[in-house]
Design a protein around this ligand. Structure first.
Ligand SMILES: *Cc1c(COP(=O)(O)O)cnc(C)c1O
Length: 509
């Protein structure tokens, strides 16, 4: 036998475990104390601040060869990392679309890492918990117990899972065995022109190509135009394509528009299409008593993508794909290689959870969701969703009442699109002014918004997916937006163009 040198029978084994557990225990208590204070005091800190040069440089240091005491490692983390967060745990973070995390979820992630379990499957409690969280999500959306599902990294992956099952179910050939080239009639998928960009990536990854995804125009409320969809389907059939799947969006990323899911379910049934719902933003509205009606029909979907790291505020990452017909879900992914055969008893006697997606090893994402759901109960999560939607309408009302501001798209849930009017400005100049307002709100640490362009019109965008936001935060936003708009209009007739972040500006609380 070829024995590697450097390891003789007399060499003491090494391990990553600490040499002194008592030391680690003391440091860990300090880390927990710091973490609690960090979250407790988040409102007192700026939402975001630019990193100084020495912090940027710190992250270019080369690979560590020799050890550093853990307390020093932690010191670096506190100074260089924790001090410069993205900011989405802050009550005035409303950029893009994110959840704002929660402490219990963080404990869940910690404990999951301590246990170190791999949720590829097997016969152990974490695997049962993973399945239980999927079952709970099915119940939240009114999906039958016979449906299947899987926890994934996020909504993009959840959509890919749903669309893969759709493609395979509608291909008319065994795509897994023969590939997309064997599909007789090219498949067509449909969604609105407000569809999230992950669907394009999905079409590319599925080998169908971006052009197989038809973007259907939207109505004044930015919902898919059902008549236009019907016409597109008929056109495609005539031209020799096979209409395969319609993607409804429950909460578009631009404006929060919710497609008419009942109408889409009816049309899909009539046209024999797979009905997938991208519910990354809005699927969970189903648990919100005052607003659940907005997503009625979601329970009729063949597959749904949703995002517990958005409106359940689970720490990143956790998304979920649900598929009504559990068999078609499993058939799209299950493979049993010789090294993963089940046994009648023991560790390998559990279900293989990797049979429902692309990953083999899977992180233990369920615990952070499970603990927070148990602690608060689902009713509270429902009320928090109602609260964010109410805040969306409150902010929209404040903007309408403020002459210096205007709404640029209808508010339907918790996303508000608006702009500073800017006397006599239009087009690029107006965009530059609003972009500058957005950047100063970020750089002064006041609020994090993002911007977008809806049907050619640039606007600022506030997405209130945040359980820490209060009405006073919205008041502040309106006040500060108007102040900055006036200041910028007064001080610089000529705005920087193209706009570049100035960096290094002092952050204020
Ligand atoms: C966030 C979002 C996605 C993507 O989800 P991730 O969790 O970011 O991968 C897809 N669709 C919509 C509508 C979204 O808002």
């Amino acid at each position: 036998m070829d024995t590697p040198s450097g390891f003789a029978a007399t060499t003491a084994e090494e391990t990553l475990d600490p040499s002194d557990w008592a030391d680690v225990q003391i440091l860990s208590h300090r880390i927990v104390d710091d973490a609690v204070a960090y979250l407790r005091d988040v409102r007192e800190r700026p939402v975001w601040r630019e990193m100084p040069g020495d912090v940027r440089d710190f992250f270019t240091a080369s690979l560590p060869q020799s050890p550093t005491p853990l307390a020093d490692v932690y010191g670096d983390v506190v100074e260089r990392l924790m001090a410069y967060p993205m900011g989405n745990i802050h009550p005035r973070f409303w950029a893009w679309y994110m959840g704002s995390s929660n402490f219990t979820g963080a404990l869940g992630d910690f404990l999951a890492a301590i246990q170190g379990s791999n949720l590829g499957g097997g016969n152990h409690a974490a695997a049962l918990m993973d399945s239980q969280v999927v079952d709970w999500l099915k119940q939240m959306l009114g999906f039958p117990q016979s449906a299947s599902g899987t926890l994934v990294s996020g909504g993009s992956m959840a959509n890919i899972i749903g669309l893969t099952v759709a493609r395979n179910a509608k291909a008319g050939v065994d795509v897994r065995e023969y590939g997309v080239a064997a599909i007789a009639k090219p498949l067509r998928f449909y969604g609105s022109d407000q569809l999230h960009s992950c669907h394009r990536k999905a079409m590319e990854a599925l080998g169908l190509g971006n052009r197989a995804l038809r973007r259907i125009p939207t109505d004044a409320g930015l919902r898919i135009d059902i008549d236009a969809l019907r016409k597109a389907i008929a056109e495609d059939r005539k031209a020799g394509f096979k209409p395969a799947c319609v993607i409804g969006t429950a909460g578009t990323v631009n404006t929060g528009a919710v497609d008419d899911l009942q109408a889409l379910a009816r049309l899909a049934a009539k046209e024999d299409l797979w009905f997938h719902v991208d519910g990354c933003i809005g699927a969970l509205i189903a648990i919100a008593p005052e607003n659940a009606h907005r997503v009625a029909g979601i329970e009729r979907a063949h597959s749904i993508a949703l995002d517990p790291h958005k409106w359940l505020h689970a720490p990143f990452e956790v998304g979920c794909a649900l598929v009504r017909d559990g068999a078609s879900h499993r058939n799209a992914f299950a493979v049993t290689p010789e090294y993963l055969e089940s046994t009648p008893r023991g560790l390998a006697s559990g279900q293989w959870l990797h049979d429902y997606g692309l990953q083999t090893s899977r992180g233990f994402r369920a615990l952070k969701v499970w603990m927070a759901l148990k602690e608060h109960g689902i009713e509270k999560f429902g009320r928090l969703i109602d609260q964010n939607i109410a805040q969306g309408y409150i902010l929209a009302g404040q903007i309408e009442a403020e002459p210096a501001l205007e709404l640029t798209a209808p508010t339907s849930i918790n996303i508000v699109c608006f702009r500073y009017r800017g006397d006599g400005l239009a087009g690029e100049a107006l965009k530059a002014l609003n972009t500058e307002i957005m950047l100063r709100l970020q750089e002064e640490g006041i609020a994090a918004l993002s911007d977008t362009t809806v049907h050619g019109q640039h606007c600022l965008r506030v997405a209130i997916n945040n359980h820490r936001t209060r009405r006073e935060d919205l008041d502040l936003l309106v006040r500060e937006t108007v102040r900055l708009g006036r200041e910028i209009s007064r001080s610089d007739a000529a705005l920087p163009s193209p706009l570049v972040g100035e960096g290094g500006r002092e952050a204020a609380g």
